[in-house]
Design a protein around this ligand. Structure first.
Ligand SMILES: Nc1nc2c(ncn2[C@@H]2O[C@H](COP(=O)(O)OP(=O)(O)OP(=O)(O)O)[C@@H](O)[C@H]2O)c(=O)[nH]1
Ligand SMILES: [Mg+2]
Length: 378
């Protein structure tokens, strides 16, 4: 192994030199923050020392067996010692985060270049679907294990089937399916404009038309006249009563009024999820008990990073399942799977258009997988 020490004023700078000199396959062997003092200790200077190395063994052709890949690691003591000495500042944290993601990207690139050619279209597809990077790595490793076991004699169809089985295994333990009809109150929450009210109208219409349920609506969205009118229109079409609720007393009264109904749909105000108060207000207003089934609505047109934040924001509310909307407005639906797997939460419905009540599908694992693979290997 060829090794070299790099000294730079930032980790990013050191990494640039490492990549430029040793190439993409370089691994970090050690890194540390070094402080030097000048003028009797009055002036302190910080710099980074990075020791990097690269194997000088010739790269194996793609189809041959792979050596075990070692994930490049930044030696943990670096950040510890920084913590101890009280040097942690935002810039440093950011640099470490950048470095980590850079190392991950390098690792991924080196992995891809070593997978058999046959895998590449599959990996490309999974990336296009925006499936989480870690899941793609897990899948690729499974494919590779199978590839080795069968002495490289695998068909493309077999590989796709393995990918499908992998996702099925990840998702099959999660609850899938629409209303349980065991709980009377259906509470729908989520950020602004994702399609909460429209989705409620779709689910409610089905409950009336297909299941002949007696339904009612409660709206807590009292901020905008238009919001109340929107739900009223649907309530009128379905000839169902609607109550507008401003506080918890109103909420209690509405519940009593609706005591003879089978199902009550609660539409909540979509507000900026970053507002702490929003979640508190919801908790104050709605009595989350065993009679309430709660769905968190997320739009697939949102960035996954934001969706993650939203889910975390709602962690104090007992969400039963997700509803994903606007499937028709995107070509990549991996984030649905990412979120379900990450938060161990199932799916009630997904919606794919503005038409009420047509554009909604009750979640079902096989159909979800069909949607994901888009007939890729059938
Ligand atoms: N393309 C598409 N549009 C949708 C879908 N679901 C809802 N919409 C549209 O998204 C817009 C917002 O829908 P609403 O139901 O009012 O959303 P909301 O979450 O209740 O909004 P707020 O109450 O303002 O927070 C409307 O124009 C809907 O027609 C869907 O599945 N696909
Ligand atoms: Mg609404």
């Amino acid at each position: 192994m060829k090794m070299k020490k790099y000294v730079a004023s930032s980790i990013a700078e050191a990494m640039n030199s490492v990549r430029a000199e040793l190439g993409e396959d370089a691994v970090i062997i050690n890194s540390k923050l070094v402080e030097t003092k000048k003028l009797f200790g009055l002036i302190k200077q910080k710099h980074f020392e990075v020791i990097a190395g690269v194997d000088q063994i010739e790269v194996q052709p793609r189809s041959e067996s792979l050596p075990d890949l070692v994930e490049p690691k930044i030696v943990q003591s670096t950040s510890d010692s920084i913590d101890r000495e009280g040097f942690v500042n935002e810039d440093l944290k950011k640099e470490l985060a950048d470095l980590k993601s850079m190392m991950k990207a390098m690792h991924r690139q080196s992995m891809e270049s070593k997978y058999p050619e046959q895998f590449l279209s599959i990996i490309e597809f999974l990336k296009y679907q925006e499936l989480h990077e870690e899941l793609i790595t897990e899948i690729s490793d499974e494919l590779f294990a199978h590839y080795q076991k069968s002495d490289a004699q695998v068909t493309q169809k077999e590989l796709w089937k393995l990918v499908e089985n992998f996702l099925r295994m990840k998702l099959e333990g999660l609850p899938m399916g629409g209303l349980s009809f065991e709980r009377k109150f259906i509470n729908v929450v989520g950020p602004t404009g994702v399609g909460k009210t429209t989705t409620i109208a779709k689910i409610a219409a089905r409950a009336v038309l297909e299941k002949k349920k007696k339904i009612g609506f409660i709206t807590t969205d009292t901020y905008r006249i238009a919001a109340i009118e929107q739900l009223k229109t649907y309530a009128n079409l379905l000839q169902a009563p609607i109550e507008i609720v401003y506080n918890s007393e109103d909420y209690q009264k509405a519940i009593e009024k609706f005591s003879s109904l089978d199902l009550v749909f609660i539409d909540t105000a979509g507000r900026n999820y970053k507002e702490e108060r929003y979640i508190n207000d919801l908790k104050q207003l709605i009595n989350f008990n065993e009679e309430v089934e709660s769905f968190l609505v997320l739009s697939l047109t949102s960035k996954e990073k934001d969706m993650n934040r939203i889910v975390e924001q709602f962690k104090d509310i007992p969400i039963d399942r997700f509803i994903f909307t606007k499937v028709d407005e995107t070509n990549s639906i991996g984030s649905m799977c990412n979120l379900m797997i990450k938060y161990n939460k199932g799916l009630a419905y997904y919606t794919d258009g503005q038409e009420v009540p047509e554009d909604i599908k009750e979640a079902n694992l096989t159909e979800l997988l069909d949607l994901f693979f888009q007939g890729e290997f059938k």
